[in-house]
Every structure is written in structure tokens, then in C-alpha cells.
Design a protein around this ligand. Structure first.
Ligand SMILES: Cc1cc2nc3c(=O)[nH]c(=O)nc-3n(C[C@H](O)[C@H](O)[C@H](O)COP(=O)(O)OP(=O)(O)OC[C@H]3O[C@@H](n4cnc5c(N)ncnc54)[C@H](O)[C@@H]3O)c2cc1C
Length: 482
């Protein structure tokens, strides 16, 4: 099979890069098996990458890098063998490298939609599953919770299909077709381990997800002071009464109040006959976010007059206020062109058990200290999203409803990474778990302590990664190499 040698790979933001020994672009499951076998034979590592939208080092390997854009068909060519009990469920099996964007387009054409997604759609389906990417709304877990079946190439190049104990595949039909060349695991323990594999369990080739009929959402964005948002959060009804509820806030008080932009998203009917301005976000803001010059200008202003940061953050949030934006679900769940602003981000999850309120208070204190003592300012609003507990052993949301706090900074802003680290350390004191795909400073002891099923995950990892072929500098940093 063809490959490139020492070709530099960079993530989408360019803050991570590596010159892997070889870069492969397989198009079949058989080729993926061959690559894993070749890596084991040569005693180097192998790692799949999606579309490189992780800010962390999670996708890097100095061995064989496996690009997955040649594995992006939907429906995937792998047969499903769905058993009768699952016949009335809406299931779609896609190849690992399809981006959420193209998956959504396929679903839309077929009158279907994802029940939940993150705020962006350029990541691949395997990428979002592997790092437990999430949206906001406490009725919904992270994206991996919508997976019903995974085909994964593990150590020895062996192909495994992994599902829950009551999973959709008819065992007799599967085994009659594949014989002992492949293994079907219908086992909750194995599924909960493999679901969020962080690239360390093997190379995912297909994912079957459960979807629903196409639907529409209404988004409302309003400014409120933190005192009101805090009271709403303490009562908890906003989380129960809205399908999606999220916040961005400034950590700097203005006129004694911390400004927050509150976004709610709830189901509505097909808006095609509503006026055009109800069917789009604020076009001027969307346009401004498209130009790299906008963030360069902001960075310049912040460098010359850092003390303008509180005013700029509030102005940026206020510009997003909109009483009504109605559209097909996946367009509303995508937060828009804000995703294109050059940024770096870390994200830490804190249990929704009262520590989430304390967490915001801690961020106010850290931001204030860094402003007073070092003259370093937060350069972008901070986001809060709310996610249902996930059974996946290594999901940041494992076992607890969680508030994910996204610590976004404009790329190139002064002291960004140091400030982000200070926030992260403060949130660790509240039991915070960082997003695998976002900048983090996790160490082995931290990971072992943060995840109660860590040793169960490691048991499965030892089987799927028996040769250590899926280890990497990242897995060694966080202590999950064999
Ligand atoms: C603009 C932007 C917006 C974002 N929005 C959100 C959001 O709303 N919510 C959220 O939770 N996160 C968000 N993220 C983070 C992002 O969703 C995750 O980092 C995600 O993992 C990136 O997917 P990817 O396809 O780019 O995967 P990559 O970054 O390429 O890889 C991520 C991990 O998945 C593994 N992997 C990829 N493909 C495979 C495969 N086929 N088999 C096995 N392992 C594989 C890699 O080895 C690596 O460990 C955002 C990131 C950006 C840049």
C-alpha cells in the first residue's frame, strides 16, 4: 500500500504538528488491518486522525499516521445484520472519516437528523466519538452515547464489532458471514471501554448511530447578569425546561455585574414561511467572524490596551443577541462562524452538584488575580454547556451530569496558555475533568484518580492494544500506555 514518508501533519489550528514515519490513507477495512500489522511488525505506533480539530496532542503519532478521509462513505459498505428487535429503530452506519457536516447533509436528504451534536461540524464522526465531544442540554449525553455499534481494527489487525449486550447485530448472521476472521462483542463492559477510546483502542472504521426524523429548532439569545443566571442554575428549571441551554460569560464585572449571553434552543415547526430575518443569525456578526482580520485587530487592541478586554468581551456577546433564529436542527446547533475565529481552547467538566456554581466563582477569582497581578486578560468569552452523564468509562461526563466549561482564548493573545492553565488547575480542585481533545495538562496520577472505571478501561485496553501499537507520546503523558 502507498504511503508518504516524514510528511508533516498539522492540526487545524497549527498548534500541534508532527513528522510521522509514514502517512497512510486507507480506503478499506482490509487496508487498515494491513497498516496495523505492518506497524506491529516494525515495532512502531499507529494512530488514526480525523480532521485534526483537537487542540491537544491527542492525535499525534511519530509512527504510522492513518488519515481517514478515504473512509468517509455513508452508508458504510460493512453489512449491519440488524436483528429483528431493532427493526423499528432509526440507525445509520457511517465510515469513521465522514465529517459531521457531510453526515448531516446525508441525514437531511433522507428526512433524518442527529439528536445532538457539538457546536461545530467539521470534525469526523470517529473523532467526536473518540474524545466524547458534546453539545449542551441535560437530556443528552455526549456524541458517543448515540453509538450503537462500532467496527474497530485492534492489535494483530483483527477486526472487532463492539456493541452493548443487547446490541443491534444478529450474531448468527454476522458469524455465518465472517467466520472467525472477525469477532462480535455484545458486552456492556467492552462497549463502555471502547466507546471513548481516545485513539488508543484501535482504528475505528465504522460507527452505527441512532438518529431521529428531521426536526427544527428555535434559538433565542439574551443578555443577563450572572446573578440571575446563577439563581436560574441553582433552581435548575432552565435545564429541565429547555432542550438546549448554554451560556457564554465574561469573567470581568461591568457595573458590578458579570455579563452573560444565555442561549436556549427548543423545537419548533418548519420555519420555511417565516420572514428571512427569523431564519438567520445576525449576518453582520457572522460576516465579521469570517475575516481573520477581525481577530488580528482584536489582538492588537488587547496588546495595546489590555484593560479594554472587559468592554470588548461584553460588546462581542451583546452583538450575538437575537430574539428568534429558526432553522433545521443541525444549522441551529452549529454555533456559526465564531468557530472560524482563530482560537485556542481548553475545556474542563465539573459535576452539576453545586460545584458547577463554585467553578464559575473560581474563574472570576482567577481572572481577577491575573488581571491585577500580571496584567493578563481573558481574550474571549468563556462558555458553559450542560451534558447528561455518560456510561462510557473515559467520557468526561462519566457517571455524573456535568457542566463543561470552555476556556477559549484568541490565538496569539498574551499569556493565553498560562491563564488557561491557571483556570484548569483551579477546576481540578473541584474534581474537574478536561476534554481529551482540548488543551490540557493532565498527568498519569490525575487520570487514574479522575475516572472511577479507569482500571476497567485499562483491562479492555490491554486486550485491544496488546502489542502497544496504539501507544503514543500523548498516551504516555497521561499514563495510558501499556
Ligand atoms: C472549532 C472547534 C469546535 C469544537 N467544538 C466542540 C464542541 O462543540 N464540543 C466538544 O465537545 N468539542 C468540540 N471541539 C473539539 C473536537 O470536537 C474534538 O477534539 C474532536 O475529537 C475532533 O475531531 P476530529 O475528527 O478532528 O479528530 P482528531 O482531532 O483528528 O482526533 C481526535 C482523537 O480521535 C482519534 N481518532 C480520530 N479518528 C479515529 C479513528 N478512525 N479511530 C480511532 N481513533 C480516531 C484520534 O487518534 C485522536 O485521539 C471543537 C474543536 C474545534 C476546533
Amino acid at each position: 500500500m502507498d504511503y508518504e514518508v516524514r510528511k508533516t501533519w498539522r492540526n487545524h489550528r497549527g498548534n500541534q504538528q508532527i513528522d510521522p514515519l509514514r502517512t497512510y490513507r486507507p480506503t478499506t477495512i482490509g487496508q487498515v488491518s494491513e497498516i496495523v500489522l505492518a506497524a506491529e511488525r516494525d515495532r512502531v505506533s499507529a494512530r488514526a486522525v480525523g480532521s485534526g480539530h483537537s487542540w491537544s496532542d491527542v492525535a499525534l503519532t511519530d509512527g504510522f499516521l492513518v488519515l481517514t478521509d478515504g473512509l468517509a462513505r455513508v452508508p458504510a459498505p460493512e453489512p449491519d445484520f440488524v436483528r429483528a428487535q431493532w427493526a423499528d429503530r432509526t440507525l445509520v452506519r457511517a465510515e469513521a472519516g465522514i465529517r459531521i457536516k457531510e453526515l448531516n447533509e446525508h441525514l437531511d436528504r433522507n428526512g433524518l437528523g442527529l439528536s445532538q451534536m457539538g457546536g461545530y461540524d467539521h470534525q469526523t464522526i470517529a473523532g467526536v466519538i473518540s474524545t466524547s465531544t458534546h453539545g449542551s442540554g441535560t437530556s443528552y449525553g455526549p456524541l458517543n452515547d448515540f453509538v450503537r455499534s462500532l467496527d474497530i481494527v485492534a492489535g494483530g489487525g483483527h477486526v472487532h464489532r463492539v456493541e452493548r449486550g443487547d446490541g443491534p447485530t444478529d450474531r448468527a448472521a454476522y458469524e455465518a458471514h465472517h467466520g472467525d476472521r472477525r469477532t462480535l462483542h455484545q458486552d456492556d463492559h467492552i462497549f463502555d471501554a471502547v466507546a471513548v477510546g481516545i485513539g488508543c483502542m484501535g482504528i475505528v472504521v465504522t460507527a452505527m448511530i441512532e438518529v431521529e426524523p428531521k426536526y427544527y429548532l428555535r434559538e433565542v439569545r439574551e443578555m443577563h447578569p450572572w446573578a440571575k443566571v446563577k439563581a436560574d442554575l441553582e433552581r435548575g428549571d432552565v435545564l429541565r425546561d429547555n432542550e438546549h441551554w448554554e451560556i457564554v460569560f465574561s469573567p470581568y464585572a461591568r457595573k458590578h455585574e458579570y455579563p452573560c449571553l444565555v442561549t436556549t434552543r427548543n423545537r419548533t415547526t418548519d420555519p420555511k414561511h417565516r420572514p428571512w430575518d427569523k431564519r438567520m443569525r445576525n449576518w453582520l456578526v457572522e460576516l465579521a467572524a469570517l475575516f481573520p482580520f477581525t481577530s488580528q485587530l482584536l489582538n492588537l487592541v488587547l496588546r495595546l490596551r489590555p484593560s479594554l478586554a472587559p468592554m470588548l468581551l461584553e460588546t462581542a456577546m451583546t452583538a450575538l443577541v437575537k430574539k428568534q433564529y429558526d432553522h433545521v436542527s443541525y444549522k441551529v446547533l452549529n454555533i456559526g462562524n465564531a468557530n472560524l475565529v482563530p482560537a485556542l481552547s481548553g475545556e474542563v467538566g465539573v459535576a452539576l452538584d453545586g460545584r458547577h456554581i463554585e467553578a464559575v466563582q473560581r474563574i472570576f477569582e482567577v481572572a481577577d488575580e491575573w488581571r491585577r497581578v500580571r496584567g493578563i486578560y481573558q481574550s474571549a468569552p468563556i462558555a458553559l454547556r450542560f451534558v447528561k452523564a455518560s456510561p462510557a468509562y473515559m467520557s468526561m461526563m462519566h457517571g455524573q451530569d456535568t457542566m463543561m466549561m470552555e476556556l477559549i482564548e484568541l490565538a496569539g493573545s498574551t499569556g493565553a496558555l498560562e491563564l488557561m492553565n491557571a483556570y484548569e488547575q483551579a477546576l481540578y480542585e473541584l474534581g474537574g475533568r478536561p476534554h481529551w481533545g482540548q488543551i490540557n495538562a493532565m498527568t498519569p496520577d490525575f487520570v487514574a484518580a479522575a475516572y472511577p472505571h479507569y482500571s476497567d478501561w485499562r483491562d479492555v485496553h490491554r486486550t485491544f492494544n496488546s502489542s502497544g501499537v496504539f501507544d503514543s507520546a500523548f498516551s504516555r503523558r497521561v499514563g495510558i500506555s501499556e
